[in-house]
Write a protein that binds this ligand. Sequence first.
Ligand SMILES: NC(=O)c1ccc[n+]([C@@H]2O[C@H](COP(=O)([O-])OP(=O)(O)OC[C@H]3O[C@@H](n4cnc5c(N)ncnc54)[C@H](O)[C@@H]3O)[C@@H](O)[C@H]2O)c1
Ligand SMILES: [Zn+2]
Length: 350
Amino acid sequence: MRTVEIRTAPAYNVHIGSGLLGQCGSFIAQVHGPCLAVLVTDSFVDMIYSSSVVHSLKETGYRVEKFVIPAGEKSKSMETYMKLLSFLAELGVTRSDLIVALGGGVVGDLAGFAAATYLRGMDFIQLPTSFLAQVDSSVGGKTAVDLPQGKNLVGAFWQPRLVLCDVKCLATLSMETLADGLGETIKYGMIADAEILRILQGDGLRDEAESVIYRCVKIKADVVEADERDNGPRQLLNFGHTAGHAIEKHSRFTLTHGRAVAIGMAVVTRACVKRGMVDRSVLDVLESLLKKNGLSDRCTLSAAELARGALADKKRRGESITLVVPASLGKCVLFPVSTADLEAFFQDGL
Ligand SMILES: NC(=O)c1ccc[n+]([C@@H]2O[C@H](COP(=O)([O-])OP(=O)(O)OC[C@H]3O[C@@H](n4cnc5c(N)ncnc54)[C@H](O)[C@@H]3O)[C@@H](O)[C@H]2O)c1
Ligand SMILES: [Zn+2]
């Protein structure tokens, strides 16, 4: 097992290892005493993993209630959020109780937002089961639900008390969902750790999942500690996301997040190569990794559509937009582009 400490306020540990779900009770007991634990999970994950989690929690002295949402992004809504709040209120959950999020990024974002807001905030634990949730969404304290107008428009910064990444969960993921997480993983390699890219170029995740997740979480920890509320350095995590969000939205979310980010990274890197900002070999590595992992690097949107989508994004500030661009393999930097030049920049990447 490996551990990354996230030194936010409060600080918490991310443990990464095999079989952690079945022992979750004893890990949780180290950060929160016996209480009512409300397990939030989705219909699919529930069938595979709830029983061992519930067993471990009960064995350690927790009372357990379960709230199951339908699997899928549609559940990250105000409607499900309200149902969860009502469930908590009807149970008489108090601030000294606990929410336990078992599932992918949808469950983590929704349950985390409920934990951030119910009774002005209560403790929650992340038990991420998808690859994307383990390498990315369970760490860092961003919680949210979607509105009909856009994704993640309502949310809060609220750190979990503990994150347990059980690599055994990866065995039951569909190829589709695994590829989504690989998109974000390649992003981590590109922004800060060429070793991740090297591992993925080799045999891939087979024996190295624990090490790859550890490396991604470590990068996220460094960035989040420097910028808990996303005002500056944390923007590095947005590599591929400005174009990616536009692509995701344009597809009406039929294209999943990691896949859209993969295309976004390719567009930006190609533009940088064309403008002489980065060596061609960086693009070659990125393109071959995307291909090897079942991710597309081709964008079907026009440069105008990409620019329009990017400018509508909530992360824009003033007359320029800050893109994240590769400087070398394993290193990205922030790069402001004026809104007037954005379309031409994307055109160079198509
Ligand atoms: N908070 C953040 O910082 C952050 C970062 C990135 C993404 N996100 C959010 O995360 C969400 C996407 O996360 P996701 O890709 O995990 O989606 P998800 O939660 O919808 O999970 C994808 C699918 O995989 C299934 N699944 C999960 N774990 C499984 C397992 N071990 N075995 C079999 N099936 C399993 C789920 O039931 C679901 O059908 C998006 O809403 C995105 O906005 C948040
Ligand atoms: Zn992302």
